[in-house]
Design a protein around this ligand. Structure first.
Ligand SMILES: *Cc1c(COP(=O)(O)O)cnc(C)c1O
Length: 427
């Protein structure tokens, strides 16, 4: 099927007049794969429709939040009833405590949680809190790890231990306290902690990396980080904005048996509405204003619409077998993709955690940002466009995860595998 993108092209032209690059978040612009973004007018279940009425099976799912698929009837009906009661009060509502209790009950290490409006804000606030709690300034992050677009974390490794800004407009003084280590490299982290004794406030990590493509933590990595943090007096922060309630009901700590001091959440817990959250041990969280001296606030934080979409989403995720179903479908898809690539003689490295996966176009094993970057980005772009033309909507970058939802079924997996077979052979 040859897709026509006439309406999208026109809308993009219009958008670019008023919005930088025509988009409100850079990866949406298709810069990494070439071509122009599709303007989406509707979604239902695992499918989306663009403004030209092309239909796609969606594996982006708003970059992770939509674990139930688009416009889930229970989520939309809870939103409708919340909407009728007003959209924001700037005063506490019962919905906030309900979602907070559900989250704390699901995550053993989380006694208290504070809601914000995005993952970026959650991480920014958690770092402020870690600094206040430890009376230290430095933060260790990992190359290729994404923690939102706040100044202090838009940094990559320079020569030696000095970080360099990832963006113009970030003063080097804002990242002088940011240290960058390779993912999965415990001895590097250990050397940083030795080089800056009693200066590191926190180690922040995506416990399963999802923003350089999916990269799994090696078995010793997370327990090792916990031990290094403990010994050096730093806090361990899991940035679970994408993994929280995506890989298991709650935190990945239940899968990896490592409990961090603080956890950042977002995406799934808002059921597709803007949300973020950070939480952890009571003694740390009680330092947040107004119970403590760490200031953090938000006009729309704990917004009733986001709270009700989140509550409904989590309730559905509590049903038995939900994560098992996601696991089985994603495993079927991954095995199929692997087979098709092999039969077409296209070297790929498939990386999967639960219902998120990445097809890296490389013959190397991908364990960190360095090895992820060995991927052939032109080949990914070509694969992306082949599948788009077959009605499969993949993430528009090699370094973004492909997500499944409970709305995907075996039929969609088969359609996707057929399209992938054709794509791999034509690459
Ligand atoms: C998406 C994401 C963020 C940022 O969340 P926003 O809601 O986009 O600000 C932070 N950390 C991780 C791991 C993410 O995947």
């Amino acid at each position: 099927m040859a897709q026509q993108f006439v309406a999208s092209r026109k809308l993009f032209e219009e958008a670019r007049k008023y919005i930088p690059g025509g988009v409100n978040s850079p990866v949406r612009a298709f810069g990494a794969v070439g071509g122009e973004p599709l303007f989406i007018k509707q979604g239902k279940g695992c499918r989306i429709w663009d403004e030209d009425n092309n239909e796609f099976i969606d594996y982006v799912l708003s970059f992770g939040p939509l674990i139930l698929g688009h416009a889930h009837p229970e989520v939309t009906s809870s939103l409708r009833s919340a909407l009728d009661k007003g959209t924001s009060f700037g005063a506490p509502t019962r919905w906030e405590s309900t979602l907070a209790r559900m989250i704390c009950e699901a995550i053993p290490s989380m006694d208290m949680v504070r809601f914000v409006n995005s993952g970026t804000e959650a991480v920014m606030s958690a770092i402020r809190l870690a600094r206040a709690f430890t009376h230290r300034d430095k933060v260790v992050k990992f190359a290729g790890g994404y923690h939102g677009s706040s100044d202090g974390l838009l940094a990559h490794a320079g020569s030696g231990a000095t970080a360099l800004p990832d963006s113009q407009g970030v003063p080097s003084s804002y990242i002088q306290h940011t240290l960058v280590a390779p993912y999965n490299d415990l001895s590097y982290v250990e050397s940083l902690l030795k080089a800056y004794p009693e200066e590191v406030a926190a180690i922040i990590v995506e416990p399963v990396a999802a923003n350089m493509g999916i990269i799994l933590p090696q078995p010793k990595f997370l327990p090792g980080l916990k031990e290094l943090a403990r010994r050096s007096g730093a806090l361990l922060i899991f940035d679970e904005v994408v993994t929280g309630f995506r890989l298991a009901y709650g935190s990945v700590q239940t899968l990896y048996h490592v409990s961090p001091d603080l956890i950042c959440l977002g995406k799934v817990i808002g059921g597709g509405l803007p949300v973020g959250a950070y939480g952890g041990r009571r003694e740390i969280m009680e330092m947040v204003a107004p119970s403590g001296p760490v200031y953090q606030a938000g006009t729309l934080s704990g917004n009733p619409l986001a709270m009700s979409a989140g509550i409904t989403t989590l309730k559905i995720l509590q049903e038995p077998g939900v994560y098992q179903k996601l696991e089985e479908m994603a495993s079927h898809l991954t095995r199929g993709l692997s087979k098709e690539a092999r039969e077409a003689d296209v070297p790929v490295f498939l990386s999967r955690a639960g219902s998120m996966l990445t097809v890296f176009f490389t013959d190397q094993e991908v364990t960190d940002y360095e090895t992820a970057r060995s991927s052939d980005l032109k080949l990914y772009a070509s694969y992306f466009h082949h599948l788009l033309n077959e009605g499969i909507y993949l993430p528009p970058s090699q370094f973004e995860a492909q997500f499944l939802s409970l709305a995907h079924g075996e039929d969609e997996i088969e359609i996707t595998l057929r399209a992938a077979r054709k794509a791999f052979r034509e690459l």
